[in-house]
Design a protein around this ligand. Structure first.
Ligand SMILES: [Zn+2]
Length: 283
């Protein structure tokens, strides 16, 4: 019989994202809270972010950017408290419609069965309770976000019969999609317009960006971890543009937006409905 005083057992959590820094803005607070709660967290990063921005030429060249960003992610996860960081070492596929989409080393061009098997192997090894990845829209449609979401979803489903690690036994991991609700994009757009900042997306686009609000299943307040979340994000130095539209937003607004994180519990073949992430205490 379970005593009400019995401490919940630590969870094993696997986060799978496309690029170094994808983990930070959307779920850096949740990852820090999981670590602080004594849970075991592993981060898998599918690409090295090779075609991302270079904020300062002193930090990297196009040739060194992938290696530099690997280092930035390890430093960021040191701040968050995650030691187990793994790379699948695919090439960044770039934004939709660019030549980088066609590079044979890119994640976008990688055979689906190979990527699914790589993620499945990590799931079989760790037997996670929870897997977190991008949502099916990729937030703003980045081909690597959409691709790793699809492959991670397939990997979780393929492991269901052989990874009986769920707290209720036998059902395999719960899959969560990291979401950026449409209303958050719209608030950000309005805030930029009000502050005379040129938004990086058109007003019409905000009607389609991100996840429809009614598809968000799990909202977590992470204000207690805002400082560590921001310190971790600051490690991604090549990706921080001090003159960009996001950097010009007021600190109060940014802090408010960053203090809440959103997830969608993915539909699954076992009809699991328990929201483990939502049930965790806020600290
Ligand atoms: Zn990304």
């Amino acid at each position: 019989m379970t005593s009400p005083q019995q401490a919940p057992r630590p969870l094993t959590v696997l986060a799978v994202f496309a690029h170094p820094d994808d983990e930070g803005f959307g779920c850096g607070g949740t990852l820090a809270a999981l670590v602080a709660g004594g849970h075991r967290v592993t981060l898998v990063c599918a690409t090295n972010g090779d075609v991302g921005e270079i904020s300062d030429p002193a930090l990297a060249t196009p040739e060194t950017l992938g290696a530099v960003r690997q280092g930035e992610l390890r430093a960021a996860m040191d701040v968050t408290g995650i030691a187990d960081v793994r790379f699948l070492n695919y090439r960044d596929s770039g934004m939709a419609g660019t030549d980088d989409n066609h590079n044979p080393a890119s994640l976008f061009q990688a055979p689906a069965e190979r990527v699914v098997e790589q993620v499945s192997a990590v799931i079989r090894e760790l037997r996670p309770d929870i897997v977190i990845t991008h949502d099916p829209t990729g937030g703003y449609g980045h081909p690597d976000h959409v691709t790793i979401c699809r492959h991670t979803t397939a990997a979780v489903e393929s492991c269901r019969p052989t990874a009986p690690s769920g707290p209720d036994g036998g059902d395999g991991p719960l899959l969560y999609y990291l979401c950026f609700p449409r209303s958050v994009f719209q608030r950000m757009w309005q805030e930029m317009v009000n502050a005379d900042i040129r938004p990086p997306f058109a007003a019409d686009d905000t009607a389609a960006l991100g996840t429809a609000d009614d598809e968000v299943t799990t909202t977590r307040k992470v204000g207690r971890f805002l400082t560590v979340k921001k310190e971790s994000l600051e490690c991604h130095r090549t990706q921080i543009d001090p003159t960009g539209p996001f950097a010009q937003l007021s600190q109060d607004f940014v802090d408010e937006i960053m203090s809440t994180e959103y997830f969608q519990l993915a539909p699954n073949s076992n009809n699991q409905t328990r929201d483990i992430l939502g049930e965790l205490p806020e600290s």
